[in-house]
Unconditional design. Structure first.
Length: 157
């Protein structure tokens, strides 16, 4: 009679990890594509007004943003509650606008510099005095393409 022998010392097969780097890189690429990096940290409160006739900006690389609003509660102890101008990540005055615009022009190709647009993101509760000062300074330095940011007005059905 034949003896049936048990196979001893045999363990379960190991899991193949050869495709693991591919999976990791696919996930990394996926998150890199869908993540939108915030360009600036808002230090002023900006709730743009509503509008009915809106146009989308074509080339966002040709746009620089000027934020005007009251400082957020985090910065009110230091800067007060009066309306302030924010350029990039710092508070500024109207006199800082020429340098800001010139720095942005240096990052753009020379043949596209005449197409640069200044986009004003102004809080709806701000008086027009500071906005008029900004527009006057932009006009003096030759920056005539100015855009006002707004959000689409909700349609009532």
């Amino acid at each position: 009679m034949a003896r049936i022998q048990r196979k001893r010392g045999k363990s379960t097969p190991k899991i193949s990890t050869s495709s693991l780097p591919d999976i990791v890189f696919i996930l990394l690429f996926f998150f890199m594509v869908i993540t939108k990096m915030r360009e600036t940290e808002l230090k002023v409160r900006v709730v743009v007004p509503q509008a009915t006739e809106l146009e989308k900006l074509e080339q966002k690389s040709l746009v620089h943003y000027i934020y005007i609003g009251r400082p957020t509660p985090r910065y009110q102890a230091l800067y007060g509650t009066a309306p302030r101008i924010q350029l990039d990540d710092k508070f500024a005055t109207v006199d800082d606008l020429p340098l800001f615009v010139e720095n942005h022009k240096q990052t753009v190709q020379p043949n596209l510099r005449n197409r640069i647009t200044s986009s004003l993101r102004v809080d709806g509760d701000i008086t027009m005095g500071i906005v008029q000062d900004v527009k006057t300074k932009l006009r003096k330095i030759g920056q005539l393409k100015v855009n006002y940011a707004a959000r689409k007005k909700a349609e009532i059905k």
